[in-house]
Design a protein around this ligand. Structure first.
Ligand code: PMP
Length: 438
Protein backbone atom coordinates (compact mmCIF):
# COMPACT_ATOMS: atom_id res chain seq x y z
CA UNK A 1 0.00 0.00 0.00
CA UNK A 2 1.48 3.29 -0.98
CA UNK A 3 1.34 6.37 1.17
CA UNK A 4 -0.87 9.21 0.07
CA UNK A 5 1.20 12.34 -0.52
CA UNK A 6 -1.19 14.24 -2.75
CA UNK A 7 -0.83 17.53 -0.90
CA UNK A 8 2.98 17.36 -0.97
CA UNK A 9 2.76 16.85 -4.72
CA UNK A 10 0.39 19.78 -5.16
CA UNK A 11 2.45 22.10 -3.00
CA UNK A 12 5.60 21.06 -4.79
CA UNK A 13 4.06 22.19 -8.08
CA UNK A 14 3.13 25.47 -6.41
CA UNK A 15 6.59 25.76 -4.90
CA UNK A 16 8.19 25.28 -8.31
CA UNK A 17 6.43 28.38 -9.59
CA UNK A 18 7.70 30.59 -6.76
CA UNK A 19 10.89 29.13 -5.32
CA UNK A 20 13.78 28.18 -7.50
CA UNK A 21 13.72 24.41 -7.89
CA UNK A 22 10.92 24.33 -5.31
CA UNK A 23 13.42 24.07 -2.45
CA UNK A 24 15.51 26.45 -0.39
CA UNK A 25 18.51 24.14 -0.33
CA UNK A 26 19.36 21.74 -3.16
CA UNK A 27 19.93 18.82 -0.81
CA UNK A 28 16.21 18.85 0.01
CA UNK A 29 15.21 18.02 -3.55
CA UNK A 30 14.70 14.40 -4.53
CA UNK A 31 16.94 14.80 -7.56
CA UNK A 32 19.50 12.28 -6.30
CA UNK A 33 16.82 9.67 -5.54
CA UNK A 34 14.92 9.65 -8.81
CA UNK A 35 13.18 13.04 -8.70
CA UNK A 36 9.60 13.96 -7.94
CA UNK A 37 8.03 15.85 -5.08
CA UNK A 38 9.92 16.02 -1.82
CA UNK A 39 7.82 15.54 1.31
CA UNK A 40 6.47 18.76 2.79
CA UNK A 41 6.60 18.52 6.57
CA UNK A 42 4.20 20.32 8.85
CA UNK A 43 5.01 19.40 12.42
CA UNK A 44 7.75 17.72 14.39
CA UNK A 45 7.74 16.24 17.87
CA UNK A 46 10.61 14.31 19.37
CA UNK A 47 11.93 11.72 16.89
CA UNK A 48 8.91 12.06 14.58
CA UNK A 49 7.52 14.44 12.06
CA UNK A 50 4.26 14.58 10.15
CA UNK A 51 3.79 15.70 6.57
CA UNK A 52 0.98 17.89 5.21
CA UNK A 53 -0.94 14.76 4.18
CA UNK A 54 -0.94 13.56 7.79
CA UNK A 55 1.67 10.78 7.36
CA UNK A 56 3.99 10.16 10.30
CA UNK A 57 7.70 9.47 9.89
CA UNK A 58 10.54 8.42 12.16
CA UNK A 59 13.14 11.09 11.50
CA UNK A 60 16.78 10.14 10.89
CA UNK A 61 17.45 13.29 8.90
CA UNK A 62 17.47 15.49 12.01
CA UNK A 63 17.52 18.49 9.65
CA UNK A 64 21.01 17.41 8.46
CA UNK A 65 22.31 17.38 12.01
CA UNK A 66 21.06 20.17 14.25
CA UNK A 67 18.01 18.41 15.72
CA UNK A 68 19.99 16.19 18.11
CA UNK A 69 17.51 16.59 20.98
CA UNK A 70 14.57 15.95 18.69
CA UNK A 71 11.87 18.29 17.44
CA UNK A 72 10.25 20.77 19.80
CA UNK A 73 12.16 19.58 22.85
CA UNK A 74 10.34 21.20 25.80
CA UNK A 75 13.52 22.71 27.27
CA UNK A 76 14.52 24.25 23.93
CA UNK A 77 10.98 25.36 23.10
CA UNK A 78 10.66 27.06 26.47
CA UNK A 79 13.96 28.86 25.88
CA UNK A 80 12.94 30.06 22.42
CA UNK A 81 9.57 31.27 23.73
CA UNK A 82 11.30 33.17 26.51
CA UNK A 83 13.69 34.74 24.01
CA UNK A 84 10.83 35.76 21.70
CA UNK A 85 8.98 37.38 24.58
CA UNK A 86 12.02 39.48 25.43
CA UNK A 87 12.55 40.69 21.87
CA UNK A 88 14.59 38.75 19.35
CA UNK A 89 17.23 41.27 18.28
CA UNK A 90 18.84 44.30 19.87
CA UNK A 91 21.97 45.07 17.87
CA UNK A 92 23.86 45.35 21.16
CA UNK A 93 25.90 42.86 23.15
CA UNK A 94 24.00 40.57 25.53
CA UNK A 95 25.10 38.53 28.53
CA UNK A 96 23.71 35.46 26.74
CA UNK A 97 26.45 35.61 24.12
CA UNK A 98 29.12 35.72 26.82
CA UNK A 99 27.57 32.81 28.70
CA UNK A 100 27.35 30.75 25.53
CA UNK A 101 30.90 31.59 24.42
CA UNK A 102 32.12 30.34 27.82
CA UNK A 103 30.08 27.16 27.47
CA UNK A 104 31.67 26.44 24.09
CA UNK A 105 35.15 27.19 25.40
CA UNK A 106 34.65 24.85 28.34
CA UNK A 107 33.75 22.06 25.94
CA UNK A 108 36.37 22.84 23.28
CA UNK A 109 39.52 24.25 24.94
CA UNK A 110 41.25 25.30 21.68
CA UNK A 111 38.72 28.13 21.43
CA UNK A 112 40.56 30.94 23.23
CA UNK A 113 38.20 33.41 21.58
CA UNK A 114 35.00 32.90 19.61
CA UNK A 115 32.69 34.86 17.33
CA UNK A 116 29.08 34.01 16.53
CA UNK A 117 27.79 34.15 12.97
CA UNK A 118 24.63 32.85 11.29
CA UNK A 119 25.57 29.68 9.43
CA UNK A 120 28.25 27.08 9.01
CA UNK A 121 29.07 28.60 5.64
CA UNK A 122 29.83 31.96 7.22
CA UNK A 123 31.88 30.38 9.97
CA UNK A 124 34.09 28.47 7.53
CA UNK A 125 34.39 31.40 5.13
CA UNK A 126 35.61 33.60 7.94
CA UNK A 127 38.15 31.13 9.30
CA UNK A 128 39.75 31.20 5.86
CA UNK A 129 39.87 34.98 5.83
CA UNK A 130 41.37 35.03 9.30
CA UNK A 131 43.98 32.40 8.38
CA UNK A 132 44.92 34.40 5.30
CA UNK A 133 45.18 37.59 7.31
CA UNK A 134 47.34 35.90 9.93
CA UNK A 135 49.70 34.06 7.58
CA UNK A 136 49.65 36.66 4.77
CA UNK A 137 49.32 33.73 2.37
CA UNK A 138 46.54 32.88 -0.08
CA UNK A 139 46.14 29.20 -0.77
CA UNK A 140 43.98 26.66 1.04
CA UNK A 141 44.31 22.88 1.05
CA UNK A 142 41.11 20.90 1.47
CA UNK A 143 40.11 17.25 1.16
CA UNK A 144 38.07 15.74 -1.65
CA UNK A 145 34.44 15.18 -0.73
CA UNK A 146 34.51 17.30 2.42
CA UNK A 147 31.79 19.96 2.27
CA UNK A 148 32.45 23.28 3.94
CA UNK A 149 29.43 25.36 2.95
CA UNK A 150 28.84 27.28 -0.25
CA UNK A 151 31.36 30.11 -0.15
CA UNK A 152 33.50 30.46 -3.29
CA UNK A 153 36.75 29.08 -1.98
CA UNK A 154 35.49 25.80 -0.61
CA UNK A 155 33.07 25.00 -3.41
CA UNK A 156 35.92 23.63 -5.38
CA UNK A 157 36.52 20.05 -6.44
CA UNK A 158 39.70 18.16 -7.10
CA UNK A 159 41.11 18.31 -10.59
CA UNK A 160 42.51 15.11 -12.02
CA UNK A 161 45.36 13.42 -10.19
CA UNK A 162 45.91 12.84 -6.52
CA UNK A 163 46.94 16.37 -5.61
CA UNK A 164 45.88 19.15 -7.89
CA UNK A 165 44.75 22.73 -8.05
CA UNK A 166 40.99 22.99 -7.83
CA UNK A 167 38.41 23.49 -10.47
CA UNK A 168 35.15 25.25 -9.55
CA UNK A 169 32.34 22.96 -8.45
CA UNK A 170 29.77 25.61 -9.27
CA UNK A 171 29.18 28.16 -11.99
CA UNK A 172 29.90 31.70 -10.86
CA UNK A 173 33.23 30.95 -9.21
CA UNK A 174 36.15 32.52 -11.07
CA UNK A 175 38.93 30.14 -12.02
CA UNK A 176 41.32 32.56 -10.36
CA UNK A 177 39.64 31.85 -7.02
CA UNK A 178 39.46 28.08 -7.56
CA UNK A 179 43.18 28.12 -8.29
CA UNK A 180 43.80 29.19 -4.72
CA UNK A 181 42.48 25.82 -3.53
CA UNK A 182 44.31 22.53 -3.59
CA UNK A 183 42.32 19.35 -3.08
CA UNK A 184 43.86 16.11 -1.81
CA UNK A 185 42.26 12.77 -0.82
CA UNK A 186 41.12 12.36 2.79
CA UNK A 187 43.19 10.00 4.95
CA UNK A 188 46.18 10.42 2.60
CA UNK A 189 49.12 12.05 4.39
CA UNK A 190 51.46 11.39 1.48
CA UNK A 191 49.25 13.42 -0.86
CA UNK A 192 49.09 16.21 1.71
CA UNK A 193 52.86 16.20 1.99
CA UNK A 194 53.26 16.36 -1.81
CA UNK A 195 50.86 19.31 -1.97
CA UNK A 196 52.63 21.12 0.88
CA UNK A 197 56.04 20.54 -0.65
CA UNK A 198 54.84 22.01 -3.93
CA UNK A 199 52.73 24.95 -2.70
CA UNK A 200 53.54 25.13 1.01
CA UNK A 201 55.06 28.61 1.03
CA UNK A 202 51.77 30.02 -0.16
CA UNK A 203 49.39 27.86 1.89
CA UNK A 204 47.47 29.78 4.57
CA UNK A 205 45.59 26.81 5.96
CA UNK A 206 44.67 23.17 5.68
CA UNK A 207 40.93 22.78 6.15
CA UNK A 208 39.43 19.46 7.20
CA UNK A 209 36.32 17.84 8.63
CA UNK A 210 38.21 15.94 11.39
CA UNK A 211 35.44 13.35 11.37
CA UNK A 212 33.83 13.44 7.95
CA UNK A 213 30.08 13.78 7.68
CA UNK A 214 29.71 14.68 4.03
CA UNK A 215 30.61 11.55 2.09
CA UNK A 216 29.12 9.36 4.70
CA UNK A 217 30.59 9.23 8.19
CA UNK A 218 34.29 8.60 7.92
CA UNK A 219 36.78 8.43 10.75
CA UNK A 220 40.29 9.73 10.23
CA UNK A 221 42.73 6.82 10.04
CA UNK A 222 44.89 6.47 13.19
CA UNK A 223 47.56 9.15 13.05
CA UNK A 224 45.97 11.07 10.16
CA UNK A 225 44.96 14.17 12.12
CA UNK A 226 48.16 14.17 14.12
CA UNK A 227 50.20 13.94 10.90
CA UNK A 228 48.04 16.59 9.28
CA UNK A 229 48.66 19.02 12.15
CA UNK A 230 52.39 18.30 12.22
CA UNK A 231 52.91 18.65 8.46
CA UNK A 232 50.75 21.75 8.18
CA UNK A 233 52.67 23.55 10.92
CA UNK A 234 55.98 22.43 9.49
CA UNK A 235 55.07 24.51 6.43
CA UNK A 236 53.93 27.50 8.49
CA UNK A 237 50.24 27.08 7.68
CA UNK A 238 47.28 26.95 10.06
CA UNK A 239 45.02 23.99 10.75
CA UNK A 240 41.30 24.67 10.45
CA UNK A 241 38.79 22.10 11.65
CA UNK A 242 35.32 22.31 10.20
CA UNK A 243 33.33 20.89 13.09
CA UNK A 244 29.97 22.15 11.85
CA UNK A 245 28.68 18.57 11.94
CA UNK A 246 31.04 16.92 14.40
CA UNK A 247 30.85 19.32 17.36
CA UNK A 248 28.53 17.94 20.06
CA UNK A 249 27.54 15.12 17.72
CA UNK A 250 29.55 12.23 19.24
CA UNK A 251 30.11 13.43 22.77
CA UNK A 252 29.83 16.65 24.76
CA UNK A 253 32.70 18.33 22.96
CA UNK A 254 33.98 18.00 19.44
CA UNK A 255 36.17 15.74 17.30
CA UNK A 256 39.28 17.45 18.65
CA UNK A 257 38.33 16.46 22.20
CA UNK A 258 37.03 13.00 21.33
CA UNK A 259 38.65 10.35 23.49
CA UNK A 260 38.35 7.86 20.63
CA UNK A 261 41.51 9.49 19.34
CA UNK A 262 44.63 8.32 21.12
CA UNK A 263 46.29 11.63 21.54
CA UNK A 264 43.96 14.50 21.14
CA UNK A 265 46.46 16.98 22.53
CA UNK A 266 48.36 16.54 19.26
CA UNK A 267 45.37 17.26 17.07
CA UNK A 268 44.38 20.70 18.29
CA UNK A 269 43.57 23.06 15.42
CA UNK A 270 44.35 26.78 15.22
CA UNK A 271 40.81 27.63 14.15
CA UNK A 272 37.51 25.78 14.39
CA UNK A 273 34.23 26.38 12.58
CA UNK A 274 30.98 25.43 14.31
CA UNK A 275 27.27 25.42 13.45
CA UNK A 276 24.23 23.12 13.34
CA UNK A 277 23.78 21.58 16.85
CA UNK A 278 25.01 24.68 18.67
CA UNK A 279 21.91 26.59 17.48
CA UNK A 280 19.42 24.12 18.95
CA UNK A 281 17.49 24.23 15.65
CA UNK A 282 17.77 27.98 15.02
CA UNK A 283 20.24 29.55 12.56
CA UNK A 284 23.76 29.84 13.91
CA UNK A 285 27.43 29.46 13.19
CA UNK A 286 30.52 30.24 15.22
CA UNK A 287 34.23 30.24 14.77
CA UNK A 288 37.07 30.48 17.19
CA UNK A 289 40.59 29.49 17.99
CA UNK A 290 43.96 30.60 19.14
CA UNK A 291 44.07 34.05 20.72
CA UNK A 292 46.80 35.50 18.47
CA UNK A 293 45.02 34.26 15.37
CA UNK A 294 41.56 35.43 16.45
CA UNK A 295 42.97 38.84 17.28
CA UNK A 296 43.17 39.40 13.51
CA UNK A 297 39.41 39.97 13.59
CA UNK A 298 37.88 43.46 13.67
CA UNK A 299 37.57 45.52 15.82
CA UNK A 300 40.89 44.25 17.22
CA UNK A 301 42.57 43.44 13.92
CA UNK A 302 42.49 44.04 10.18
CA UNK A 303 40.29 41.08 9.11
CA UNK A 304 36.70 42.24 8.77
CA UNK A 305 33.67 40.16 9.65
CA UNK A 306 30.29 41.40 10.85
CA UNK A 307 26.61 40.44 11.06
CA UNK A 308 23.30 42.14 11.85
CA UNK A 309 21.86 38.85 13.12
CA UNK A 310 25.08 37.49 14.62
CA UNK A 311 24.66 36.34 18.21
CA UNK A 312 20.93 37.04 18.17
CA UNK A 313 19.31 36.19 21.51
CA UNK A 314 16.92 33.61 20.03
CA UNK A 315 19.61 31.43 18.45
CA UNK A 316 21.91 31.79 21.44
CA UNK A 317 19.18 30.92 23.93
CA UNK A 318 18.17 27.88 21.89
CA UNK A 319 21.81 26.81 21.65
CA UNK A 320 22.35 27.07 25.40
CA UNK A 321 19.19 25.06 26.05
CA UNK A 322 20.21 22.37 23.55
CA UNK A 323 23.65 21.97 25.10
CA UNK A 324 22.06 21.81 28.56
CA UNK A 325 19.99 18.85 27.42
CA UNK A 326 23.11 17.21 25.97
CA UNK A 327 24.98 17.65 29.27
CA UNK A 328 22.68 15.17 31.02
CA UNK A 329 24.62 12.04 31.96
CA UNK A 330 24.06 9.08 29.66
CA UNK A 331 22.77 11.11 26.70
CA UNK A 332 25.45 10.11 24.22
CA UNK A 333 25.76 6.57 25.57
CA UNK A 334 22.07 6.05 24.88
CA UNK A 335 22.30 7.31 21.28
CA UNK A 336 25.38 5.13 20.84
CA UNK A 337 23.56 2.01 22.05
CA UNK A 338 20.48 2.65 19.91
CA UNK A 339 22.59 3.28 16.81
CA UNK A 340 24.61 0.11 17.50
CA UNK A 341 21.40 -1.93 17.69
CA UNK A 342 20.06 -0.33 14.53
CA UNK A 343 23.26 -0.92 12.57
CA UNK A 344 23.40 -4.50 13.77
CA UNK A 345 19.83 -5.04 12.56
CA UNK A 346 20.51 -3.40 9.19
CA UNK A 347 23.66 -5.45 8.63
CA UNK A 348 21.98 -8.72 9.55
CA UNK A 349 19.04 -8.02 7.29
CA UNK A 350 21.20 -6.86 4.37
CA UNK A 351 23.29 -10.04 4.63
CA UNK A 352 20.13 -12.17 4.72
CA UNK A 353 18.91 -10.62 1.47
CA UNK A 354 22.32 -10.61 -0.21
CA UNK A 355 22.61 -6.81 -0.29
CA UNK A 356 26.10 -5.32 -0.44
CA UNK A 357 26.08 -2.88 2.47
CA UNK A 358 28.94 -1.13 4.25
CA UNK A 359 27.98 0.88 7.31
CA UNK A 360 30.28 3.41 8.93
CA UNK A 361 29.09 4.16 12.44
CA UNK A 362 30.50 6.65 14.89
CA UNK A 363 28.45 6.55 18.08
CA UNK A 364 24.92 7.83 17.34
CA UNK A 365 25.50 8.56 13.66
CA UNK A 366 26.21 6.33 10.71
CA UNK A 367 26.16 6.13 6.95
CA UNK A 368 24.97 3.34 4.68
CA UNK A 369 26.93 2.61 1.52
CA UNK A 370 25.66 0.11 -1.02
CA UNK A 371 29.02 -1.44 -1.78
CA UNK A 372 31.07 -4.35 -0.51
CA UNK A 373 34.29 -2.55 0.37
CA UNK A 374 35.30 -0.19 3.18
CA UNK A 375 34.66 3.54 2.74
CA UNK A 376 37.59 5.62 3.98
CA UNK A 377 37.68 8.41 1.39
CA UNK A 378 35.53 10.14 -1.21
CA UNK A 379 36.59 7.93 -4.10
CA UNK A 380 35.41 4.84 -2.23
CA UNK A 381 32.18 6.56 -1.19
CA UNK A 382 31.45 7.50 -4.80
CA UNK A 383 31.45 3.87 -5.90
CA UNK A 384 28.53 2.97 -3.65
CA UNK A 385 25.44 2.23 -5.73
CA UNK A 386 23.27 5.34 -6.03
CA UNK A 387 20.38 3.51 -7.67
CA UNK A 388 20.22 0.97 -4.88
CA UNK A 389 20.28 3.76 -2.36
CA UNK A 390 17.46 5.57 -4.20
CA UNK A 391 15.36 2.39 -4.14
CA UNK A 392 16.10 1.85 -0.44
CA UNK A 393 15.32 5.48 0.37
CA UNK A 394 11.90 5.24 -1.30
CA UNK A 395 11.02 1.88 0.22
CA UNK A 396 11.85 3.31 3.67
CA UNK A 397 9.91 6.52 3.06
CA UNK A 398 6.83 4.50 2.07
CA UNK A 399 7.05 2.81 5.47
CA UNK A 400 7.38 6.06 7.37
CA UNK A 401 11.13 6.15 7.82
CA UNK A 402 12.69 9.43 6.71
CA UNK A 403 16.33 9.44 5.59
CA UNK A 404 18.25 12.16 3.78
CA UNK A 405 17.69 11.88 0.02
CA UNK A 406 21.37 11.31 -0.81
CA UNK A 407 23.68 8.33 -0.61
CA UNK A 408 26.32 10.57 0.98
CA UNK A 409 24.32 11.80 3.97
CA UNK A 410 24.36 10.30 7.44
CA UNK A 411 21.60 8.89 9.62
CA UNK A 412 21.39 10.82 12.88
CA UNK A 413 19.99 9.43 16.10
CA UNK A 414 18.48 11.90 18.55
CA UNK A 415 18.00 11.77 22.29
CA UNK A 416 14.33 11.07 21.58
CA UNK A 417 14.52 7.88 19.50
CA UNK A 418 13.30 4.78 21.34
CA UNK A 419 14.03 1.06 21.17
CA UNK A 420 10.65 0.66 19.55
CA UNK A 421 11.63 3.12 16.79
CA UNK A 422 14.77 1.10 16.18
CA UNK A 423 12.82 -2.17 15.97
CA UNK A 424 10.34 -0.62 13.53
CA UNK A 425 13.17 0.78 11.42
CA UNK A 426 14.91 -2.60 11.21
CA UNK A 427 11.63 -4.21 10.21
CA UNK A 428 11.11 -1.58 7.50
CA UNK A 429 14.66 -2.07 6.21
CA UNK A 430 14.14 -5.83 6.12
CA UNK A 431 11.09 -5.30 3.95
CA UNK A 432 12.99 -2.81 1.77
CA UNK A 433 15.90 -5.20 1.23
CA UNK A 434 13.45 -8.00 0.46
CA UNK A 435 11.72 -5.87 -2.18
CA UNK A 436 15.06 -4.80 -3.61
CA UNK A 437 16.34 -8.38 -3.86
CA UNK A 438 13.32 -9.66 -5.81
N1 PMP B 1 30.57 22.53 7.07
C1 PMP B 1 30.08 21.29 7.14
C2 PMP B 1 30.99 20.18 7.60
C3 PMP B 1 28.76 21.05 6.81
O1 PMP B 1 28.28 19.79 6.85
C4 PMP B 1 27.93 22.13 6.43
C5 PMP B 1 26.46 21.94 6.07
N2 PMP B 1 26.03 20.69 5.77
C6 PMP B 1 28.49 23.41 6.38
C7 PMP B 1 29.81 23.57 6.72
C8 PMP B 1 27.67 24.59 5.98
O2 PMP B 1 26.78 24.93 7.00
P1 PMP B 1 25.46 25.79 6.67
O3 PMP B 1 24.59 24.92 5.82
O4 PMP B 1 24.89 26.10 8.02
O5 PMP B 1 25.90 27.01 5.96
Amino acid sequence: MSMNRVRSEQWYQEALTHIVGGVNSPSRSFKAVGGGAPVFMERGQGAYFWDIDGNKYIDYLAAYGPIIVGHAHPHVTEAITRAAQNGTLYGTPTTLEVTFAKMLKDAIPSLDKVRFVNSGTEAVMTTIRVARAYTKRNKIIKFAGCYHGHSDLVLVAAGSGPSTLGIPDSAGIPATIAQEVITVPFNDLDALQVALERWGDDVAAVMVEPIVGNFGMVMPAPGFLEGLCRLTRQFGALVIYDEVISAFRFHYGSAQTFAAFDDFAAIEPDLTALGKIIGGGLPIGAYGGRKQVMEQVAPLGPAYQAGTMAGNPASITAGIACLEVLQKPGTYERMDALAAALVDGLETSAAKHGMPLTINRIRGSFSTHFCDHPVTNYEEAQTSDGEMFARFFREMLEQGICLAPSKYEAWFLTTEHTEDDIARTIQAADHAFYQMSR
